[in-house]
Design a protein around this ligand. Structure first.
Ligand code: NAD
Ligand code: UDP
Ligand code: UDP
Length: 338
């Protein structure tokens, strides 16, 4: 409430300044595409906390209005329902471009990564905004180098079932670098490794959300393949800190942002059992095509140039997500009758 009063009372808002008593830093106008999604909404929280003015553009494909509901009515916040595949005219200082169907269940046949990124780069060019792309560890494909450093060019199948996402993000990186070199846009590229936390989509098929929802619903945990494939799981607040450091810093990247702690899917299932229900059963299912065998970020570059490294371990972060999932699965469903 204190912040609200300060901000509402601020005649300085129109001049683009943070009201006296908050901070003397110049208030920034920031666009977050995909800001109603999992990562985006946590980023928006931090930017709002800092006193910036935030515009979220989202088509609610996988995002939810509930994720940003607490900012509604704040004069520093604006939510626009819009598909970034269509052009848009806005005036901002920085663009965090997160809009993307981010899960295998959703990303097939969607041109967001290419056309949406092109539009947001066109926007950045017209208004001279700094542009941050949230790329992905999937650009490394089924990696032949382990752990993966930014210098590794990847091993991606261009015609496989995952290609729309992998190649879409690779193209997005290419576009960003072309606009950087050709049009002088200040770009920043983050390659994000598997991230989890509160507000994650419950039924989008990603492994952490699947296991947590399954354990809470007393269903068996579905391990695909032999469960020996590995991933590295990063808590969302660590990622957001990394994205903000990258945006504010002087380095284009790409930067790996991920937690180097590496787990097999069977180990992850065990951690979920320990956290939620030691009696949860495990059920093996056939794996999807082209599933990367292992993945772990080399974060030396981010450590050195951004002074960043994750601080939340899987065993610390998972319970925070479980609390949120429990409430969304059982708390709210009663209220909505669903
Ligand atoms: P998410 O699905 O929760 O968020 C994506 C948001 O983009 C959603 O709110 C969705 O409604 C919106 N969106 C999708 N298509 C859009 C379009 N055409 N126009 C406007 N909005 C659109 O996913 P997330 O996990 O928050 O991912 C955010 C970004 O981070 C994505 O670019 C994703 O590729 C990247 N990333 C995430 C992870 C992870 O593990 N969470 C890993 C690597 C990369
Ligand atoms: N674009 C946009 N908003 C803007 C400026 C551009 O959505 O404020 C879109 C524009 O519609 C185009 C894309 O961004 O499809 C690329 O723009 P750019 O100016 O780089 O390319 P051009 O229009 O010259 O092909
Ligand atoms: N996976 C699993 N059970 C599930 C969902 C996924 O064992 O219910 C596996 C999947 O095969 C993959 C890993 O978990 O090897 C990570 O999958 P996710 O889709 O979360 O992320 P990505 O493959 O994009 O890294």
């Amino acid at each position: 409430p204190t912040r609200r009063v300060l901000l509402e009372g601020a005649s300085s808002e129109k001049k683009g300044r943070v009201p006296l008593g908050v901070k003397s830093r110049k208030q920034k106008r920031i666009l977050v595409t995909g800001g109603a999604g999992f990562v985006g909404s946590h980023l928006v929280d931090r930017l709002m906390e800092r006193g910036d003015s935030v515009i979220v553009v989202d088509n609610f494909f996988t995002g939810r209005k509930e994720n940003v509901l607490h900012h509604m009515g704040n004069p520093n916040f604006e939510l626009i329902r819009h598909d970034v595949v269509e052009p848009i005219l806005l005036e901002v200082d920085q663009i965090y471009h997160l809009a993307c169907p981010a899960s295998p269940v959703h990303y097939k046949f969607n041109p967001t990564n290419v056309v949406g990124t092109l539009n947001m780069l066109g926007l950045a060019k017209r208004i001279g905004a700094r542009f941050l792309l949230t790329s992905t560890s999937e650009v490394y494909g089924d990696p032949l180098q382990h752990p993966q450093a930014e210098t590794y060019w990847g091993n991606v199948n261009p015609i496989g079932v995952r290609s729309c996402y992998d190649e879409g993000k690779r193209t997005a990186e290419t576009l960003a670098m072309d606009y950087h070199r050709g049009a002088g846009i200040e770009v920043r590229i983050a390659r994000i490794f598997n991230t989890y936390g509160p507000r994650m989509c419950i039924d989008d098929g990603r492994v952490v959300s699947n296991f947590v929802a399954q354990a809470l619903r007393k269903e068996p945990l579905t391990v695909y393949g032999d469960g020996k494939q590995t991933r590295s799981f990063q808590y969302v607040s660590d990622l957001v800190e990394g994205l903000m450091r990258l945006m504010e810093g002087e380095h284009v990247g790409p930067f790996n942002l991920g937690n180097p702690g590496e787990f097999t899917m069977l180990e992850l299932a065990q951690v979920v059992q320990e956290t939620i229900d030691p009696n949860a059963k495990i059920e093996f299912r056939p794996n999807t095509e082209d599933d990367p065998h292992k993945r772990k970020p080399d974060i030396s570059k981010a450590k050195e140039l951004l002074g960043w490294q994750p601080s939340v371990s899987l065993r610390e972060g998972l319970p925070l997500m479980v609390t949120d999932f429990r409430q969304r699965l059982f708390g709210e469903s009663k209220l909505t009758g669903g």
